[in-house]
Each structure stands twice: as C-alpha cells, then as structure tokens.
Design a protein around this ligand. Structure first.
Ligand code: ATP
Ligand code: MG
Length: 430
C-alpha cells in the first residue's frame, strides 16, 4: 500500500454532519442579507497580487505575512484572495457597476486564504460571508449594514455577543488625532514590541490594534478618536448612533477600535462573541467605511461601507443543527421494489433512503429496521413478502413504534402533511 497523503496544515475537510450545519447557516445568512436587497456577486479566488497590495495595504499583516502568492507559468504574480472586499471593488470597477444607481449593494461568500498560525477559529483556508454597499456617504447605510450583521447573527441563533463601534474620522481630522496619539505613546515606545515601533512612524493608528500582551498595559490614557472628530464626522457619528439605537441595537462605544489603513474613514465596528467556545479568536464579524479605497484602486472616489464575518467562528457559537435522518426508510425483501417506492416518495419531495446490502442480496427485515433506526428515519415503509404479495405496505412510526398497514397506492397520500420537504433534511429540525 502507498503512503497516505495528509491535508496541508491549516486546511480541513467539512464532513457531512458539519456541512449540513454549513448549509443551514448559509441559508439563514443569505435570507437575512437578501431581505435587505443585497445581491450576490461571485468573484475569482485569485487575483493579481498588486490588487491586494493596494487594496488591503502594504502595512497590514495580511499583505506582509499572510498571503499565498505564486508565479503562474507566464511569470505573473498571483495571490489567493485573503479577503473579499478588494476583489469585489475590482469587479465593481471592471464591470462599470459605478454606472448603476447607488448604492450598489452586494454580498459574497466563499473561501479565503491566509498563511497564519492555526488554532481554534483560525485556519489557512477559511470562509467569509460579507456585504458591501457602494455609493452612499450618509450614516443611514452604515447603520443598515451593521443592523444586517446583527440580524444575521440572531438568525444563526447567536445571542452572546457585543457590538463595538467607533469613528476614526476622515482625512481632515485624522492627522490631528495621529499626532496626539504619537505624543501620548512616544515615551512608552522603548517598552513596546517591534511591530509597534515600526508602526509608530508608518501607521500609528495600527498600534491600537496590537495584540501583544506586554504592549496592552501601556495603552492607557490615550486620546479618544471621537473627541478629535471634525464637525462633519461628528454629525455622521451621531447619525450612526441614532440609527443604531432606533433599530434597537445597543452598541458599545470603543474609541480605541481602529482599522489602521488610510482608506478607511469614519465608521468601524466589530461583533465580538462572548461565548467561551471561541477562546481568544472572538471577533466574528468586522467592518467599516472605506471611503478612500475605490480611489486607491483606480476608480473615481466613491463612499462605501461593508463587513465580513468568519463562518468557522460563527458555526462554533451558532445553534446550527446537524442533519436529521431521512423522512422515510424503505425496508423491503425486494430491493428493486424498494427502489421504485423510494423513487416515488423522492419525486413527491419526501427524503427517503433504503438498504443496499453489500452482498447484493437483501438483508432480513429485522436488520433493515435496525438500519432505518440508525439512519434516524422518521418512518419506515415495510414491504415484506406478505405486503408485496397483497400489494400493500406497512408504515412504521419510528418514534411511537405504531404500525399501519395500507394499500400500496395510498402510500403517497398517507404522508401528506406528515413529513417535511426533502431538499434540506435539516428543515425537519427547524
Ligand atoms: P483577527 O484579528 O482575528 O486576525 P482580522 O482582523 O484578520 O481578524 P478580518 O480581516 O477583519 O479579520 O476578517 C473578518 C473576520 O473573518 C474575522 O472577524 C474572523 O471572524 C474571520 N477570520 C479572519 N481570519 C480568519 C482565519 N484565519 N480563520 C478563520 N476565520 C478568520
Ligand atoms: Mg488576522
């Protein structure tokens, strides 16, 4: 026998029990997002490396440390997408979607790739769902995207989380804040980590994002982003808080929350899970306003706001059920007759399985009932020699054990209203 090949580090298989949870989550999320009239966009899994360098930013960990970049056979530098926004904005521009009536409201879902240290809630291939609203500057759309994120989490049965929001100002007021921040951190600089030292000059706002334990205690008595907002940013911020409050959300104002890139402006937010199962990887959804990004990627300046949520983390704290068994399991002494019955039931929208004996000869009925039980079937339809000879079937309720013998032609109508649709077996558990 040849040696087994294992999966690369940081990637994993989504096995059937889990993929049923994924399907459940995806349908809940898609439903909430589409009710808010966001439309799906499917963009490529790889793009020119330059897109992410510009679109995510050269000073980020993603671009500096985490990208899967390779040369193709024509020596082009390509990168597996580490996030969704850059590709969506590239598609928005390449397909002239800026000509559509704003805001253009889009959503995406799919795998992202980052070379990271793997742990619970942190993989090298992971999945994000995200929404982007391009073309509206007012705070109402910021409030909308945040409310949609909140309702997505609720729909997934997630209740233990908090919403943190902040405004990091605009190109008018942020330079002043950056100077104040540098002044406050200057004398602490020797005690901070190398990344912080590097960021001090290149991108001081990102220092606030530092996760190094020994740095955190030094970040006290820092200036507040909110206190330094200019008048239009203050008005936008108040509008956002008002919008969120009216929608019934109670955000926590965290004036240290940042997106450290210059193309982010004003609103930033995070949904942080307080569920212990997630450990320290507790941010389940993060987003903000990126008014200067479209310009950076070669389009004309367009205000935009959006978020991305990590599905692996969402699944861990959600109430996603794993799949239920089939509605019906056909138990028969004739496997060809069983296939006919199963097919008829499936064509009526009833999920149905049957026994396929390994040796080709049907197993005895008792063994088949055992399998029906193991499969979690709601009902067994039994066609023993007796039933086959008299053109009837016995329906066994697998919960109560009650058995009913009926003429074969009444089988389909017997199930009317008794079992759910076949498509998502999980629907029966909703
Ligand atoms: P973190 O600080 O946890 O590294 P991030 O700032 O890199 O997060 P974003 O780029 O904002 O994360 O991505 C949005 C969401 O995607 C995160 O809140 C998280 O739920 C999820 N996510 C990011 N990286 C990973 C990963 N490597 N594995 C699983 N989920 C991830
Ligand atoms: Mg990260």
């Amino acid at each position: 026998m040849s040696e087994l090949i294992s999966a690369p580090r940081g990637v994993y298989d989504i096995l059937p029990e889990e993929s049923e949870q994924w399907q459940w989550l995806e349908s809940k999320l898609k439903h909430v997002i589409q009710l808010a009239t966001y439309r799906e966009i499917r963009v490529p899994l790889f793009e020119h490396t330059e897109l992410f360098k510009r679109g995510v930013g050269e000073t980020t960990d993603i671009v500096n440390k985490e990208m899967y970049t390779f040369l193709d056979k024509s020596d082009r530098s390509l990168t597996l997408r580490p996030e969704g926004t850059a590709g969506v904005v590239r598609a928005y521009l390449s397909n002239s979607m800026h000509r559509q009536t704003p805001p253009v409201k889009l959503w995406y879902f799919g795998p992202m790739f980052r070379y990271e240290r793997t742990q619970t809630g942190r993989q090298r291939q992971f999945h994000q769902i995200g929404i982007e609203a391009l073309g509206s500057a007012g705070p109402a759309i910021d409030a909308e995207v945040i409310v949609v994120a909140n309702d997505c989490l609720q729909a997934c049965g997630i209740t233990e989380y908090r919403l943190e929001v902040n405004s990091i100002g605009c190109t008018e007021c942020r330079p002043r804040y950056k100077e104040l921040l540098k002044k406050a951190l200057e004398e602490k600089l020797p005690m901070l980590c190398n990344d912080c030292k590097d960021r001090f000059n290149r991108n001081p706002l990102r220092m606030l994002d530092c996760k190094v334990e020994t740095c955190r205690p030094h970040f006290v008595n820092l200036p507040s982003t909110i206190a330094e907002l200019c008048a239009p940013c203050t008005e936008h911020w108040q509008g956002l808080l008002d919008g969120l409050q009216r929608a019934g959300l109670s955000p926590i104002i965290n004036d240290r929350l940042v997106r450290g890139l210059d193309y982010y402006g004003r609103t930033v937010f995070e949904f942080i899970s307080t569920d212990k199962r997630l450990g320290s990887q507790s941010t389940i959804c993060a987003g903000g306003r990126y008014d200067y990004l479209i310009d950076t990627l070669g389009g004309s300046p367009t205000p935009a706001v959006g978020w991305a949520a990590g599905l692996e983390r969402i699944r861990l704290v959600s109430s996603a059920p794993s799949g239920a068994g089939p509605s019906v399991f056909v138990v028969s002494s004739d496997d060809k007759a069983a296939l006919v019955t199963a097919t008829n039931l499936r064509r009526q929208g009833i999920s149905c399985d049957m026994d396929f004996a390994p040796a080709g000869k049907p197993r005895n009925l008792g063994k088949q009932i055992e399998r029906a039980n193991k499969a979690g079937a709601r009902f067994a339809v039994i066609q023993g020699e007796d039933e086959l000879a008299s053109n009837s079937v016995t329906v066994k309720d697998m919960k109560s054990g009650e058995q009913t013998r009926i003429p074969a032609e009444e089988l389909l109508s017997w199930f009317d209203g008794k079992v759910g649709a076949a498509v998502a077996c999980t629907a029966a558990h909703d």
